[in-house]
Design a protein around this ligand. Structure first.
Ligand code: AHM
Ligand code: MG
Length: 337
């Protein structure tokens, strides 16, 4: 069977952009390199001294795992060395990381990432992931600035994620569909395995942390009830599936059909997930695959970004399921939690 590697695919796709000089392609290549190194470490995590917490908390007040830091360092190093971006933003760093090296002179892009999403699952051998967003800078020259990141998701040039699961996969979009690549460890290459992914219009899965039920908005509580009702015509009840690794829950629902919800809760009125490097990139991907992503009311990609680590509620997945959840949100908008 003829395999197409990520590198070959990127070069092939570059022909669609006659004036492109290959910077974006090289940026995607750099992300691919970092993710292969993270894959290697995640896979031997049980064998080496890399499990557990560092004893520190990050800007979000969450315990930092050693692998979080390892992954963060790998992405920062690969993007710095690649010279195609002028600043980075990471879940693990309070401020942006500017790049001012000779090789990054003239770099047009900034990259935001969550280096290891779902890291509470690392120690128990459950899938984790990396999520990334790529924007064209708005500042004119020199190292990148905060403003380069505070652009709505509609301005994304590319986005993707890597899932370190039973196999490691890299999925990305540049706004012309979504393609998925599976890492073949024997040759060390991501190979095209899921071309032009389309998500089902509706699915069988609903994914959310039901432990927070009492704190959910009324619309979400009612929508869950709807998911659990018996109805042959719509294949209900749906199955509940929640891993607690956003990338893994998203990936399953993207391929099989489903909805992932992280709503506002009484405890976190703005939700938990971050707009810049979690919700926007996943929203770009799901839309490119024919799905939808909203905050329960508004399209995620149109939300204004005013802070680097801004949070938002997220309803994402198969279009008919997101529409139905939004119907419930609108109907019970006035109800108190
Ligand atoms: P993280 O980026 O710090 O790992 O947090 C994000 C994760 C998502 O992957 C997941 O969907 C969610 O947080 C789980 O949160 P909870 O434990 O509240 O259900
Ligand atoms: Mg995360």
């Amino acid at each position: 069977m003829q395999v197409q590697t990520l590198g070959q695919f990127i070069i092939e796709k570059q022909k669609d952009f006659p004036y492109s000089k290959g910077e974006l392609s090289r940026l995607l290549r750099d992300i691919g390199i970092a993710s292969k190194i993270v894959h290697r470490e995640v896979n031997k995590a049980g064998l080496v001294e890399i499990l557990g917490e560092t004893g520190e908390t990050n800007v979000q007040g969450e315990a930092v795992k050693k692998l979080d830091i390892f992954a963060n360092n790998q992405f920062i190093a690969a993007l710095k060395a690649g010279g195609e971006c002028c600043a980075m933003a990471s879940e693990e760093n309070e401020d942006i990381i500017t790049i001012d090296t000779p090789s990054s002179k003239g770099a047009k892009y900034v990259v935001a990432f969550d280096p290891l999403d779902g890291s509470s699952n690392i120690d128990v051998n459950v899938s984790v992931g990396t999520i990334f967003s790529i924007y064209r800078r708005v500042s004119l020259s020199g190292p990148g600035t905060l403003e380069d990141f505070l652009q709505p998701g509609t301005e994304l040039v590319a986005a993707g994620y890597v899932i370190y699961g039973s196999s490691t996969m890299l999925m990305y979009t540049t706004g012309k569909g979504v393609n998925g690549f599976t890492l073949d460890p024997s040759i060390g290459e991501f190979c095209l395995s899921h071309p032009d992914i389309k998500t089902p219009k509706s699915g069988m899965f609903y994914s959310l942390n039901e432990g927070n039920h009492l704190r959910f908005p009324e619309g979400v509580k009612k929508y869950i009830k709807y998911c659990q009702e018996e109805d042959e015509a719509t294949n209900r009840p749906y199955s509940s599936r929640y891993i607690g690794s956003g990338v893994a829950d998203f990936h399953r629902n993207l391929l099989k059909g489903g909805i992932f919800i992280y709503p506002s809760t009484a405890k976190s009125p703005k939700g938990k997930l971050r707009l810049l490097y979690e919700c926007n990139p996943l929203a770009f991907i799901i839309e490119q695959a024919g799905g939808k992503a909203t905050d329960g009311k508004n399209r995620i990609l149109e939300l204004p970004l005013t802070e680097l680590h801004q949070r938002t509620p997220l309803f994402i997945g198969s279009p008919d399921m997101v529409d139905k959840a939004m119907e419930y949100m609108a109907k019970y908008a006035e109800a108190k939690v």
